[in-house]
Design a protein around this ligand. Sequence first.
Ligand code: AMP
Ligand code: MG
Ligand code: MG
Length: 204
Amino acid sequence: MAGQARPSFDFFLVLDFEATCDDHREIFPMEIIEFPVILLNSRTLQTEDIFHFYVQPTVNPILTDFCTKLTGIAQEQVSRQPKLPEVMKSFDDWLEKHDLLSSSHNFCFVTCGDWDLKTALPNQCRHLRIAVPPYFRKWVNIKKAFRRIYKLPKLPRSMPYMLDRLGMALEGRHHSGIDDAKNITKIMVELLKLDPGIKETFFY
Ligand code: AMP
Ligand code: MG
Ligand code: MG
């Protein structure tokens, strides 16, 4: 807005949830089963830490074969894990540990698409009757940033498409949350090199 200082972020938190799902069948609520977040320093472009938990689903505690094939997450990786409220508490503690909840450092999430923070987390929190912490309400949709920087007529269709366009290989397994988050981080680092001004822009 004219005359108003725009925010600039010291850190980006690259997040990519995986959730319960099935082929040709809608699951509601889709429950988060993997919760990875990468702490990227916007100045040094280095990863400073990684928060990573598998999460036990409770509405549909048994993963479908489709879900395991898609995400690579096996039943035993989620069965004895903490449930979402506990993981959210650990995440809050992790933010606190990195001094991200005080006013001295500001941050913004980065996701590939809007599903993670616009749909998945709010829907599951509504179902659990727990509040969504306010810091989850703003994020950079990396597809929108990519479209703006490359002046594309429409949004890039996928993470592999963006990697390909940047001449970078997809590392690890697509639809593994932690591998997706690492690949999205690589894209974000390239976009920050092309346009450091992205630091000062966020997209709802
Ligand atoms: P992604 O970050 O693209 O790996 O997707 C996040 C979540 O969306 C997955 O854990 C699934 O719950 C769901 N999802 C992604 N792709 C598909 C698909 N082809 N069919 C059904 N669900 C999907
Ligand atoms: Mg994703
Ligand atoms: Mg993913």
